[in-house]
Design a protein around this ligand. Structure first.
Ligand code: AMP
Ligand code: MG
Length: 411
C-alpha cells in the first residue's frame, strides 16, 4: 500500500480519498427482506415497476365526468350514475351524459374530462355546467406517476421513507438488499474514561465513539463497540484482532500519530496491510487506512474535531462504497465570509461555519470561532465547512469562499 509518510510532504486530500476508495471492493452478500424492514437498506438490484401508477385514469376532483366534446354544444348534461373511489361506474357514459365522480374514482368509459362540483348546478338528473373545460382537465392518467416497466430505483439506492411509500404504491413487498455492514469502534487512550466512571487526575471523558456511533446510525450499520483500550501495544493488538474477526470495518481513534504512546501504526504494520497518511488537510493530518485480514481499517486521529472531520470526509464515503451505496455529491456553494479567516498555506482547511442569507438574499458565512482540533462545539454550532484550498493564506472579511454543506452524517 501507499505509504505517504516516506514521501516528502503531505498527501492532498483528494488523492487520499481517491486512493482509498479505489482500494475498496463492495460487499456482495444479499438478503431478502419485506418492505416494512427496508428503511435505510441498500437495494441490490434495479427495481422496475410491475404496474402503472396510478393503474387507471381517475378524477383529480369531486365533480362530474363527461366527454368534453359533448359539452361544447350544450351547457347541461344528463346524469346517468356515479363513480366512487374503489367502486367504478360500470356503464358507458354516452354523448350528452355525465357521471357523478369522486376524487380518485376511475374515469367511466366514454369520459375524458372532469368538472369540479363547485362549477356545476345539479337538479334531479340534470347537471348544468357553468364553465367550459378543456379535454383532459382534472383527469389523472394511468401511469402518470410511474409507467409499467419503467426503472424506479437503481441498485445501490439507500431507501428513504418516501422510497418505501413509492415501492408500496407499486405493490412491492419483497426486496433484495445488501446485508448490513458490521463496524467495530475502538477508542484508544489511557486518559479516556467511559461515561459513568469517575474522572481521575488527567482523565477526560471518551466522546469520539459516541459521536461516531451516531454518525454510523445514519448508515444503518451494526455497531460493535469495543469501548476504551489503554495505550498498550498488546492490548491494542488483541482489540484490533478481535474486531477484525467480527467486523467488515474497524474504526479506531487516537494513538495514530507519532507520540510515545501511539501504537496504532505499529500494530497495524504487524497484523495488516497499512497505509499511514499525513494528509494535507486541517483538521485531521494523521489518518491511517488499511486492510486487516478480514476487514478495512480506519485509524482516526484522537482529537475530537479531527476524528469527526476525517470520519465524515474519508471513513463515511469509504463505508458507503463498501455498502454499494450511491450517494449524491456534497453540495458546494459560494458565500461571502463575514469574518477574517486565519489560515496558512500548505493544507486544505475544513473550517466550521454557519451559512445564512443576508437581507438581500446573498449567502454569507460566519466562522464558528476558535477552530482548535479539540473544540467539538465548533462543529456542533456549524452547518457547513468553509473549504479553503491548500495554497490559500488568510482570507479577509468580505471575500468569497467555498462552502460545503454538512451531509446527514452529522445529524
Ligand atoms: P491522540 O491522537 O491519541 O494523540 O489524542 C489526541 C487528543 O485527542 C488527546 O488530547 C486525547 O486526549 C484526545 N482524544 C483521543 N481519543 C479521544 C476520544 N475517544 N474521545 C475524546 N478525546 C480523545
Ligand atoms: Mg492517545
Amino acid at each position: 500500500m501507499v505509504d505517504c509518510c516516506s514521501a516528502p510532504g503531505l498527501m492532498p486530500f483528494a488523492q487520499a480519498l481517491e486512493t482509498m476508495l479505489a482500494a475498496i471492493s463492495p460487499i456482495t452478500e444479499i438478503e431478502n427482506i419485506t418492505l416494512s424492514e427496508g428503511l435505510g437498506r441498500v437495494l441490490s438490484n434495479d427495481i422496475t415497476s410491475p404496474i402503472n401508477v396510478p393503474p387507471h385514469n381517475n378524477s383529480a376532483m369531486d365533480g362530474y365526468a363527461f366527454a368534453q366534446a359533448s359539452l361544447v354544444a350544450q351547457s347541461s348534461l344528463h346524469l346517468v350514475g356515479r363513480s366512487m373511489a374503489g367502486q367504478p361506474y360500470q356503464g358507458i357514459c354516452g354523448e350528452g351524459q355525465c357521471v357523478r365522480i369522486m376524487t380518485g374514482a376511475k374515469m367511466p368509459e366514454g369520459c375524458d374530462t372532469v368538472e369540479m362540483q363547485e362549477n356545476c348546478q345539479a337538479e334531479n338528473e340534470s347537471v348544468r355546467f357553468l364553465a367550459q373545460r378543456n379535454k383532459g382537465d382534472n383527469v389523472r392518467y394511468a401511469g402518470e406517476d410511474i409507467n409499467q416497466g419503467h426503472e424506479v430505483f437503481a441498485k445501490g439506492r439507500r431507501l428513504s421513507a418516501i422510497d418505501i411509500g413509492v415501492l408500496a404504491s407499486l405493490g412491492i413487498d419483497d426486496l433484495k438488499v445488501f446485508r448490513k455492514l458490521k463496524v467495530a469502534l475502538i477508542a484508544t487512550g489511557d486518559e479516556l474514561k467511559s461515561l459513568g466512571e469517575p474522572l481521575g487526575d488527567g482523565d477526560i471523558y471518551e466522546s469520539n465513539s459516541y459521536a461516531l456511533a451516531g454518525m454510523l446510525k445514519n448508515l444503518n450499520v451494526n455497531i460493535i463497540d469495543f469501548g476504551v483500550i489503554v495505550d498498550d501495544e498488546n492490548a491494542i493488538r488483541t482489540a484490533f484482532m478481535q474486531a477484525d474477526e467480527q467486523a467488515d470495518a474497524v474504526i479506531s481513534s487516537g494513538g495514530v500519530s507519532v507520540g510515545d504512546a501511539d501504537y496504532t501504526k505499529l500494530v497495524l504494520e504487524q497484523i495488516g496491510e497499512i497505509a499511514f497518511w499525513k494528509i494535507a488537510m486541517k483538521p485531521g493530518k494523521p489518518f491511517a487506512f488499511g486492510k486487516l485480514p478480514n476487514s478495512l481499517f480506519f485509524g482516526l486521529p484522537g482529537n475530537p474535531v479531527s476524528a469527526m472531520v476525517t470520519a465524515d470526509l474519508l471513513a463515511m464515503p469509504a463505508l458507503l462504497k463498501l455498502q454499494n451505496c450511491h450517494s449524491a455529491p456534497a453540495i458546494t456553494l459560494k458565500a461571502t465570509t463575514l469574518t477574517e479567516l486565519r489560515k496558512s498555506p500548505g493544507r486544505m482547511d475544513f473550517q466550521r461555519g454557519v451559512l445564512s442569507y443576508n437581507n438581500d438574499g446573498a449567502l454569507m458565512v460566519n466562522s464558528t470561532g476558535s477552530q482548535g482540533s479539540g473544540i467539538l462545539t465548533s462543529i456542533a454550532s456549524a452547518n457547513c465547512y468553509i473549504v479553503l484550498p491548500t495554497e490559500q493564506g488568510r482570507v479577509k472579511a468580505g471575500e468569497s469562499v467555498n462552502v460545503r454543506l454538512f451531509e446527514r452524517f452529522y445529524s
